[in-house]
Every structure is written in C-alpha cells, then in structure tokens.
Design a protein around this ligand. Structure first.
Ligand code: SF4
Length: 213
C-alpha cells in the first residue's frame, strides 16, 4: 500500500488487526506495504543455502517469490522443474525443507489461516514437516471470520483455480462451488491453522497489494 487515501488507511488498519491476532495465535506476522517489501523480507528471512519448497500458488508467482527461490541462492525442490515421473519424490522431499512457502486461500481477522487442497501435499506440509512455514498473502485474502473464509473459497478462490487448472468441474461453468463429486475436484482437504503450539514456526507476511485469488 503506497498511498494514504482513506481506503488505503482502512485496509492498513484491517491488516494491523489481523497481524495482532496472528501473533496472539503464536504465529509471527509481518507487514509488507508493497510486493518489493515482501521480496526483501523473504530474502532476509531465508538464509542462503537453505532447502526450500513451495505449494502451487498464483500469489507466490505474482509476487516474484518463486523467482527468488529459483535464483540459485537456495536448494529449491521445484516440482515444475521435473517430469511427471519425479513429481511424487519432489513433493515428498518438501516435508524435509528448511522453509516451505505458500499463500493462503484466506486469512481471518481472528488470526486464522484457511486452506483447501486437492492433492493435500501443500496443506500437509503446512501442518507438519518443514521447520519453517512462510506465508505470503495479499490483503485481498483477509476476511472477518472462518465462515467468510469458506465463502471466499467457494465463491472466488476454488472456481478461479479450477479454471486456471483447466479442470472439468461444474464451478468452471457456473463460477461458484457446486460441491461436486468430479474426479477432478480440487477441494478435497480443508486445513485451519489456529493457535500454534510451536511459536514462530508459522510466519505470515501480509502484503498491502492484491495477490492471487
Ligand atoms: S468442490 Fe468441485 S465445484 Fe466446488 S469449487 Fe471445488 S472443484 Fe469446484
């Protein structure tokens, strides 16, 4: 967020409220007003030579974070860099990464992270395995409550991702979740991070720009 308009001030107050509640839930929260600030934070937080992995994410792509992971400064277990015969091995290696990066489908103002997966490799790594989990999330993902998070995924995130992934699911036609039983369903496992037992394992960078969907 780079201006001081009334709307920008409202968004920033929402971000600050959310950060306070994330901290209250034993997660570490950072505010990055711009994408460039988020990139700088990521570079500062991950030591050179660390092993890194990430979930599939438009936000990480748009914010240039995936490019940073591919810079050569890290050992990046990059599933996009291997063929289908090696995909499973790379996804499993991610559980041993020093840093796992992801966006979040929604963040609530109560300090909760709400994520829905098809394969569940991403939500599994968010829960256990990698020593550090680093979320980079645009302010457009902030919602008041878990109920709003669920609505956000059903009305926006999941249909948009299904379209992006060219899935044969009803939401790609209607633009809203139809709770399908398609073999290509992308919403199979839902994970909610609330208060964490291990302080600081989860770190969340809230970005003052829109990222992903
Ligand atoms: S459950 Fe099916 S219809 Fe609903 S958003 Fe997911 S893929 Fe689309």
């Amino acid at each position: 967020m780079t201006n001081n308009s009334p709307l920008a001030q409202v968004h920033e107050k929402m971000i600050q409220r959310t950060m306070k509640m994330l901290e209250h839930n034993n997660m570490t929260a950072y505010y990055a007003p711009t994408i460039q600030d988020a990139q700088r934070l990521v570079k500062e937080m991950i030591p050179q030579g660390a092993t890194v992995a990430c979930g599939g994410s438009m936000s990480l792509e748009e914010a240039g974070i995936v490019e940073i992971l591919r810079s050569g400064d890290y050992t990046f277990w990059d599933r996009a860099a291997v063929d289908s015969t090696q995909q499973d091995e790379v996804l499993r290696k991610a559980f041993f990464a020093d840093y796992y990066l992801s966006s979040s489908n929604a963040v609530t103002e109560q300090g909760e992270l709400y994520n829905v997966d098809g394969n569940a490799n991403r939500v599994a790594a968010l829960c256990y395995g990698p020593k550090h989990v680093l979320f980079v999330v645009g302010y457009n993902k902030i919602v008041p409550t878990l109920e709003h998070a669920k609505e956000r995924v059903q009305a926006v995130a999941a249909p948009a991702n299904a379209i992006r992934l060219h899935r044969d699911t009803p939401c790609t036609i209607t633009g809203h979740c139809e709770n399908c039983h398609s073999p290509q369903r992308i919403c199979c496992t839902t994970v909610i991070h609330q208060q964490q037992r291990e302080p600081g394992r989860i770190q969340v960078i809230l970005v003052g720009e829109e990222l992903g969907y």
